[in-house]
Ligand binder design. Structure first.
Ligand SMILES: *Cc1c(COP(=O)(O)O)cnc(C)c1O
Length: 316
C-alpha cells in the first residue's frame, strides 16, 4: 500500500449484504438481497471506490486527470480522493456551453474538493480516445507532464480488476447478481469474479454496451469471463432521464427499505428486477443480489463554491 492508496481511507469491505422483504419478489419464491456498495465510503461510494483504488495506487500521487459529464459521480469521487489523499485532480467536463455558468451542485462539490475543472466542447470530448484529441485536451487543461489519465467513468483494465472482488464477495451467497451499467466496467469485473449469473441493466440507450464489456474484458483478462447478459429495456429514455414513474418507484422502494435510492442507475436496475420477477424470469428459490452501486448525489457544498468557485477554463 502506498500513501495514495485509497485502502488508507478505511473502506467498509466487504460491503454489507442485506436480505430485504419485498412482496414483488417473495410472491414468486425469490430472495432479494441488497449488496450495499453505497456504504463502502461516504466520499467514494460504491463502484467508484472499487474502480479507482488500483488506478490511484498506480498513479502514486501524480496529478490525476479524468473525464465526465456535468453530474458525473466518477468526477466527484476522484475529486474527493484527491482531497483526502493529497494529490492534484483535473476534471475535463463535457460541454463547453457550461463554461462561465454557475456550477451545479455536483461540479461545485468537485471544485470544493480542489479539482481544477476544464470544459471541453463535445466534439473534442467525444474524440478523447484518439491520441491527437487527447493531447489537445491535455494542452488545453495545462496538464503537468507526469499526469495520470483515467478514462471516462474510470473504466480501464485496472478498474475492471478492482471490481472482481465484488463478484467474489457474492460467491455462494447469491445465484444471480444484477448491476446498473454506464460504461460497463463494473459489470466486466464483477462477472469475472462471480460464480453465478450476472445481469447488467444499461442506463444509456444505444445497444452498444455488450461490445464495450467484451472489449474491457479483453483488455483486462485477455478474453471473455463469467456468465453475463444485458437487459436493454430499462434505460427510461437514456442517461439521466428519470420520468415520474421511475421517481415514484425509487421513492417508494426507498421509503419501504429505509434508505434513499440513487435514481440515475440504482433505481433503473431495481425497477428492471421487479419487472423480470413479475415476468417469471427467475426460478422459485433463486437468490438475487442487487448491487447498490451508489448513493444519491449530495446537495450543494457551502458557499462560496456554488457561486464563485474556481472559474473553469473554456476551450474557446
Ligand atoms: C458510475 C456508476 C455506475 C456505472 O458503472 P460503470 O462501471 O460505468 O458501468 C453505476 N451506478 C452508479 C451509482 C454509478 O455512480
Amino acid at each position: 500500500m502506498n500513501a495514495f492508496d485509497p485502502a488508507r481511507l478505511r473502506p467498509r469491505l466487504p460491503s454489507p449484504l442485506e436480505p430485504v422483504e419485498d412482496e414483488r419478489f417473495t410472491r414468486h419464491g425469490l430472495t432479494l438481497l441488497l449488496k450495499r456498495d453505497d456504504l463502502i465510503h461516504p466520499d467514494l461510494p460504491g463502484n467508484k471506490w472499487r474502480k479507482l483504488s488500483l488506478n490511484l495506487r498506480e498513479a502514486a500521487g501524480r496529478p490525476v486527470l479524468t473525464f465526465g459529464g456535468a453530474y458525473s459521480n466518477h468526477l466527484r469521487a476522484t475529486a474527493a480522493a484527491g482531497r483526502l489523499l493529497g494529490f492534484a485532480t483535473i476534471g475535463v467536463v463535457r460541454g463547453d456551453e457550461l463554461a462561465g455558468r454557475p456550477l451545479n451542485p455536483s461540479l461545485a462539490r468537485c471544485a470544493a474538493d480542489g479539482m481544477r475543472l476544464v470544459y471541453a466542447d463535445r466534439a473534442t470530448y467525444r474524440a478523447k480516445h484518439e491520441p491527437e484529441a487527447l493531447s489537445r485536451l491535455l494542452a488545453l487543461a495545462d496538464a503537468p507532464e507526469d499526469v495520470y489519465v483515467v478514462p471516462e467513468g474510470g473504466s480501464n483494465a485496472l478498474a475492471v480488476h478492482g471490481c472482481v472482488e465484488l463478484g467474489r464477495e457474492l460467491d455462494g451467497k447469491a445465484d444471480v447478481v444484477a448491476v446498473a451499467c454506464g460504461t460497463g466496467g463494473t459489470l466486466a469485473g464483477l462477472a469475472a469474479g462471480f460464480d453465478g449469473r450476472t445481469l447488467g441493466v444499461p442506463v444509456l440507450k444505444g445497444g452498444f454496451l455488450a461490445r464495450e464489456v467484451r472489449a474491457l474484458q479483453e483488455e483486462a483478462f485477455g478474453g471473455p469471463r463469467g456468465d453475463w447478459r444485458l437487459d436493454e429495456r430499462f434505460h427510461f429514455g437514456g442517461y439521466a432521464r428519470t420520468p415520474p414513474e421511475l421517481a415514484a418507484f425509487a421513492q417508494e422502494f426507498g421509503t419501504w427499505h429505509g434508505f434513499a435510492i440513487e435514481r440515475l442507475y440504482v433505481a433503473k436496475m431495481l425497477y428492471g428486477l421487479t419487472v423480470l420477477a413479475g415476468e417469471g424470469a427467475f426460478a422459485p428459490g433463486t437468490r438475487i443480489a442487487a448491487v447498490v452501486t451508489g448513493a444519491p448525489e449530495p446537495s450543494a457544498p457551502p458557499e462560496p463554491y456554488a457561486r464563485s468557485g474556481p472559474q473553469p477554463v473554456s476551450s474557446r
